[in-house]
Ligand binder design. Structure first.
Ligand code: GLU
Length: 293
């Protein structure tokens, strides 16, 4: 059996908030419950969204909460040559093509599709050439017909199926602003770091089929997936830096940890509120009972 390797992959767009604490805790508990290795990967590939100092701040906060990576954290911004090499490897399959569509053109075609009650996927406008438009982004062609159906069994959410052709369409690997797309970087990194178990927020459930397809194109293994429910605010929006989530009170880590465990449906006793050690002992045990192995 391959040794368990899990990860928490925050984007350093601000301090750790309650929603990201829940994801961090879930991946940490899963790694500890499997006696595995837990890694932290700083997803700072999106230059314009990265906030200086946020990565250090997140790592410090995690440490205060008792979560320290078993290997030195890696940063996507330092791994550009790896993404280039793997992008060229996907290109060599002949499935990658340049796309000249602007955001507005794509949005317009989707509005039309919506009006006609047809697919909301990228319509593949540039599949057979740019028609004189300059290349902006690079897209990965998805299969047609039944081959476009990707299924996987999520350890929390149960069986999942997505039709890449009708629900997503050919997706971007390199963006128009010359940045690597999240989908490419995350697949390359998970493979390079030999991640066996991905545990993260359910907002990424919808990306998973794309990632599995890209893994197949690259000939790398598919990890197992577990998506925990996202934390929403009272308006039902995902708690994120964009929706104004507050930074955590790192001076009272036990309170936040117990709240995060509660959000994950882990029933802990009053003892778990007394010390970090007691909290983790109970939480790991409760997690093992809560989720499929
Ligand atoms: N960096 C992503 C985020 O903060 C998570 C990526 C992942 O876990 O695959 O939403």
């Amino acid at each position: 059996m391959t040794a368990y390797r899990g990860r928490f992959a925050p984007s350093p767009t601000g301090p750790l908030h309650f929603g990201s604490l829940v994801s961090a805790l879930a991946s940490w508990l899963d790694a500890r419950a499997h006696r595995g290795t837990w890694l932290v990967r700083i997803e700072d590939i999106d230059g314009p969204r990265t906030v200086p100092g946020a990565a250090e701040d997140i790592l410090e906060t995690l440490a205060r909460f008792g979560m320290v990576a078993d290997e030195p954290p890696v940063r996507q911004s330092r791994r550009m040559p790896l993404y280039q090499r793997e992008f060229e490897r996907v290109q060599s399959t002949g499935l990658v093509y340049p796309c000249g569509c602007t955001r507005k053109e794509i949005a317009d075609s989707l509005v039309h599709a919506h009006a006609r009650h047809t697919t909301l996927a990228y319509p593949g406008t540039c599949r057979n050439g740019l028609n004189g438009k300059p290349a902006r982004a690079w897209r990965l062609r998805v299969p047609d017909g039944d081959a476009a159906i990707v299924s996987f069994d999520d350890r929390w959410q149960g069986p999942q199926t997505q039709n890449l052709a009708t629900e997503v369409g050919d997706f971007v690997l390199r963006r128009a602003d010359d940045q690597w797309a999240y989908q490419l970087a995350v697949v390359v990194d998970d493979a390079d770091q030999r991640i066996t178990h991905v545990v993260r927020g359910a907002d990424l459930l919808d990306s998973t089929a794309r990632q599995i397809y890209l893994q197949q194109c690259l000939g790398v293994p598919t990890p197992s997936y577990l998506h925990v429910p996202v934390v929403t605010n009272t308006d039902g929006e995902k708690l994120s830096k964009q929706t104004g989530a507050l930074a955590l009170d790192a001076s009272r880590p036990l309170v936040a940890l117990n709240d995060a465990a509660l959000h994950l449906g882990l029933a802990l006793s009053g003892t778990a509120a007394l010390s970090r050690q007691a909290f983790y002992a109970e939480a790991i045990e409760a997690w093992s009972k809560r989720v499929k192995r």
